[in-house]
Design a protein around this ligand. Sequence first.
Ligand code: CTP
Length: 220
Amino acid sequence: MATRKIVVTSGPTREHFDPIRFLSNPSTGRMGHSIASAAVAHGGFSVIFISGPVNPDFAQVEGAKNIAVTSTDDMLAAVYANLDAGDILIMAAAPADYKPAVRSPVKIKKTENPQISLVPNPDILKQMALKNKTLSPRATLVGFAAETHDTEKYALGKLKDKELDMIFLNDVSKQGAGFASTTNEFTVFFKDGRRIELANASKEELGQKIIDCVLAVPGA
Ligand code: CTP
């Protein structure tokens, strides 16, 4: 029997509108990298680390299969190809939700005064919830929600809407939490209605706690 996989996504994605310019976000990949490292350290799973463009420190995880991607479409293709029955997906990445409707093959000059219109990207977790209907046993789906307001309402909405097993909410408006911080803190909501708090700690310590939490879910 094939070894069960833990698939971890990490970092931002980039959506180019010409060869040298893109839309993205400030995700560093530190959190995803620490989760995948903790998954390798746990043992017993094959770990697939799918990362958007990040600093070399966080781009690869020793002991994992490392897959580098650029856009949200690339990340979706890599997750889709690697998530099989009974696996665990931890979507720690911050994929761009929109991409330019048109990508110029050549550099756009400033005299062109460009107007960039955007079209939506696929939602990777929702696509995996669809794939899950064809898998037996189903894969465990874990999401993250970075919110600035009405945090609990939005996290619970995403838990239901994306058909997740659990979601890690962080309030990015707090000091010491979120994208560019070296520490973080989470409220974890499970689909059975339970919730727990993970107190402020370094992203490395939290990587370990997140893996423990995920592996405690029935079926995971
Ligand atoms: N996510 C995803 N595919 C996307 C965007 C996000 O799978 N195209 C995943 C993220 O990796 C995260 C979860 O969905 O685990 C929630 O991401 P978030 O950016 O908080 O939410 P969105 O669904 O993008 O909604 P909004 O930006 O409106 O808050």
